[in-house]
Design a protein around this ligand. Structure first.
Ligand SMILES: [Fe+2]
Ligand SMILES: [Fe+2]
Length: 186
């Protein structure tokens, strides 16, 4: 009989802890990892996304020439999506009891991606492809890191990862379409 009751006992204990540690918000006792490490990792991703938003916005403005209207739109679209990633990461950091680090100082050092202006359209596309490939690799690593310890963060990162893979694919398609073509100055 006793063997069939532990889950009921667990629920009582869970209820007790839930009432006791209200200051910890969404973070409960069975959080599988170290929230400080999680927040620090997520803040690296925040910095990466900010750099990506800024770089795509610059590229969207600087893309000139007749052939670049569709590229410009693609850059704008990506800038928007990187900003959505930033918001999602910042919200998650807040849920984990941390503060998103948006400070401009040291931003590039915290980010995995680089801010490269690019000499011409093809160069910009190439740099964005490089940044997306960096993002794909770092998010994949993070998904593995969070694993079963923090399924919410992992699921969030998986969603972002899938979109970064789409971005990389978009940039690759643009590169194939534009490489070798003379740049049309606008
Ligand atoms: Fe992103
Ligand atoms: Fe991206």
């Amino acid at each position: 009989m006793g063997a069939t009751k532990p889950f009921l006992a667990d629920i009582k204990e869970i209820r007790r802890r839930a009432r006791k540690n209200l200051d910890r918000g969404a973070v409960t006792a069975n959080y599988g990892g170290d929230t400080r490490d999680a927040i620090e990792l997520l803040n690296h991703a925040v910095a990466t996304e900010i750099v990506c938003v800024l770089r795509y916005k610059l590229h969207a403005v600087c893309a000139t020439g007749l052939s670049s209207e569709s590229v410009k739109n693609e850059f704008e679209q990506h800038a928007k999506e990187e900003e959505e990633h930033l918001d999602l990461l910042a919200e998650r950091i807040n849920q984990l009891g941390g503060k998103p680090n948006m400070h401009p100082e040291g931003l590039l050092a915290r980010a995995a991606s680089e801010y490269v202006e690019g000499e011409d359209l093809v160069d910009m596309i190439k740099e964005d492809l490089v940044a997306e490939r960096i993002a794909v690799e770092t998010y994949r690593e993070m998904v593995r890191y969070f694993g079963e310890n923090d399924p919410t963060t992992r699921t969030l990162l998986e969603r972002i990862l899938a979109q970064e893979e789409e971005h990389a694919n978009d940039m690759h398609d643009l590169l194939v379409a534009h490489e070798g073509r003379p740049m049309l100055e606008g």
